[in-house]
Design a binder for this molecule. Sequence first.
Ligand SMILES: Cc1cc2nc3c(=O)[nH]c(=O)nc-3n(C[C@H](O)[C@H](O)[C@H](O)COP(=O)(O)OP(=O)(O)OC[C@H]3O[C@@H](n4cnc5c(N)ncnc54)[C@H](O)[C@@H]3O)c2cc1C
Length: 470
Amino acid sequence: MRVRIRAVKRVAGVRWHSVAIVGAGPSGFYLATRLLEKNPEVTVDMYEKLPVPFGLARFGVAPDHEDVKNCNERFQGAAETHSSRFRFIGNTEVGADISLKQLKDNYNSLVLSYGSSEDNRLNIPGEDLKGVISARSFIMWYNGYPDLEPPAGIEQLMKATNVAIIGAGNVALDVARMLLCDHEHHLKNTDVSSEALELLKKLKVKDVNVFARRGLFNSAFTTSELRPMMKLPGVQFRELEEDMILHELQRRDSLSRKDKRLLDVIMKGSDVEKARVSWALNYYRLPKEFLGDEHHHIKGMIFEVSKPAGDSENKKVVSTGITRAYNTQTAFRSIGYKTIPLPGMKENGIEFQPGKPCVPNKLGRVLNAKGTVIPGLYTAGWAASGPTGTIATTMMTSFSVAEEILEDLSHERHKKPGYEAVKPLLKNTQVSWEDWDTLKAYEEKEGRKKNKPREKVTSTRQMLEIMKLN
Ligand SMILES: Cc1cc2nc3c(=O)[nH]c(=O)nc-3n(C[C@H](O)[C@H](O)[C@H](O)COP(=O)(O)OP(=O)(O)OC[C@H]3O[C@@H](n4cnc5c(N)ncnc54)[C@H](O)[C@@H]3O)c2cc1C
């Protein structure tokens, strides 16, 4: 019986399963690709708040990591291969231009893969002083996020010789590299925003201190991200102070391979003949306060010295009661991104759990406040996991959520109308995949003139003009 109905639908040119995806980042694209490849009766509509796709693969991944952005070519290819069943609806914010309920009512499956759009705060005194900069804002700015001014605190940064970075993840290392590299040579052939590059070239930074509240083996950065830091021309890595590594050296004989590799890189340090600038890692330092001057500008920081709590494998630290002061003219807050609820989630039964900033889910199926699966609602990527994991891990989890959706759709009996029903509800100027192709071609053409992979357009108005939508 079911086979017969499907055949009738196909003859009529109507697809059986309509899927909407919120967010055109890597997780949304990997999930879409898997659905489209595996089930020829699925249509995918991807709603994206920006006029351009790829999320953090365009606006997070560092400009000097062009190889990481190869995933975007794969997404581009999938969109072209499946163009008859894939629709990009850019410049359309879910929760503002269209509600969650409207999407849920009109699609068989709705996937929330909208990433993590805020940054965590330290919640310590002085955090709002001028010169305390959000790493997230800085990164979005140098990556050409649309309509973004230089981050608050840039005036202090432009004068600073000494910079602190709070947090020791890959993002902190990206920030350190962007501050310390020889901008002219290191970045000129990348897709860094041209306006940002002009300012970065004028930086006076001589020394960067990265601070972590726990020890070396709890660093959130990966050894593969640390290695290139040790090879940056003219950038000297300063040896770790003894009290910051003592505990780790005592365990040297019983380390895992991963920890041993990390320790080796740290002990080897950088091999620089003539240092232009320097940087250091500072472990067991709990940030307590940003100190300000009479103009409300940051002038330093107070840290409490911590030590491992209990046995050596324990990740927890306790304070020693000792405090240390550091002078610094700028500090970056780089302690992670944060997933926030979308407007209308509560009305649809979705509530974030205290202390768990992600969409509540079981293997990608969204749960209501009672912990029961909400049929037809899924989540993937950083929205589902919180802001951890690389593009590769995002790919793996997105593929498995796609399998869950395909399984559920195989039992689905009712077709929902999808975009046909939603289109009349949309007020905004929507960007299609063809429009994006026009902008992409423009950016690449402009990039070629400067030997860059692309010259990103950084204003929404200009983007829409190039796409002839204004
Ligand atoms: C600074 C930084 C550097 C990184 N560097 C690397 C690296 O070198 N290598 C690596 O493997 N990984 C890297 N990562 C991790 C990688 O970027 C993530 O794993 C990946 O981007 C997560 O994908 P996502 O789709 O879940 O989220 P995102 O990439 O954030 O995509 C979410 C999308 O949803 C859209 N959106 C948000 N709200 C709405 C809404 N209401 N309506 C419609 N659309 C919405 C956003 O605009 C965005 O396009 C980095 C991350 C950061 C922050």
